[in-house]
Design a protein around this ligand. Structure first.
Ligand code: SAM
Length: 296
């Protein structure tokens, strides 16, 4: 665990590589199960893990049997809990349920696993991504024999480590109307196109809202499954420090390209040294640019 394909397996079993580390945005090509981040250093995690629905990722085999998938979930949730400050939070984007490879209540099962791993539950946002393509599988058409029912929504589960209330004051930059709209836990906006070069990206709007609503300017935000880099791009926009961990070198290259081509990235390079997002510290292992991996 995790299940990597071919050469990627042996390569990442041995090391984690710093792909980018400029002006508060740090990207690591690494396995989240073995990456060495500084304990209690992260304010907010925003992420969308693999869903276990056989998505064709570049190096990662997304086809674990469900029990093994929940075991992987427990492991990464435990690791990430250690990276969080005591008032740290997690915005966890998941499907409500799945029917590929058998019906499973993913949201409910992952939430139970998270609580067992030590996370505390706050609430859940329903993301209505209006993906009507999901309604093409009807099961038994016009028959009560075995019709399929699926809600075209995903969820963002809000979890925290110790206290939901933040321990210190900081600069909040959420606008009045956004605060009113986003604290209504029904979010409606479309998903992201796969043309980005990644098979399962979420739109920047999702991490942008989570980051703006749940963290202060200058806070450290981690995405342990960075994918196409949407969370890091949102960090760039919102003046947060960003750490991304991504197991696939292909996607790390994509993230680096998206970030360095972003207009804001060059602007951020020109900012004064006092910029709160300019001095992300390397974790103990990653500062050496090498970690051992327990991945198999
Ligand atoms: C659902 S995608 C994340 C998409 C991301 N939210 C975005 O907007 O592009 C999950 C990502 O996790 C990566 N991944 C899978 N196992 C991993 C692991 N053990 N450590 C780090 N990354 C992993 C996959 O390569 C994939 O890019």
């Amino acid at each position: 665990m995790p299940r990597l394909r071919g050469a990627a397996r042996s390569k990442l079993a041995q090391r984690a590589e710093v792909v980018l580390d400029r002006k508060g945005i740090r990207l690591l090509n690494a396995d989240v199960l073995s990456v060495g981040l500084e304990p209690s250093s992260v304010d907010l995690i925003v992420t969308s893990p693999p869903y276990g629905v056989d998505i064709k990722y570049a190096t990662f085999a997304d086809d674990l049997p469900y029990e093994a998938y929940l075991d992987f979930t427990r492991k990464w949730l435990s690791s990430c809990l250690g990276f969080l400050k005591s008032d740290g939070r997690l915005c966890l984007n998941l499907p409500l349920d799945k029917n590929k490879g058998g019906q499973q209540s993913v949201y409910s099962d992952v939430l139970q696993v998270a609580k067992t791993a030590g996370w505390k539950y706050f609430s859940t946002i329903i993301w209505n991504e209006q993906n009507i393509s999901r309604r093409t599988a009807w099961g038994s058409w016009l028959s009560a024999s075995a019709p399929y029912v699926i809600a075209p929504v995903e969820v963002v589960v809000l979890l925290y480590k110790g206290t939901w209330e933040k321990a210190s004051k900081g600069e909040s930059d959420v606008a009045r109307d956004d605060f009113i709209a986003w604290t209504n836990g029904m979010w409606t906006f479309g998903g992201e196109t796969r043309d980005l070069g990644h098979p399962a990206p979420f739109p920047i709007e999702l991490p942008r809202r989570c980051i703006t609503l749940f963290s202060y300017v200058g806070d450290t935000v981690l995405d342990p499954f960075a994918g196409s880099g949407s969370t890091l791009l949102a960090c760039l926009e919102t003046r947060r420090r960003g750490i991304g961990v991504e197991i696939s070198k292909t996607y790390c290259d994509l993230i680096k390209k998206r970030l360095t081509q972003a207009h804001l990235f060059e602007r951020r390079l020109d900012e004064a040294p006092g910029d709160p997002a300019s001095d992300v510290q390397a974790g103990p292992s990653s500062s050496a640019h090498r970690t051992r991996s327990g991945g198999s």
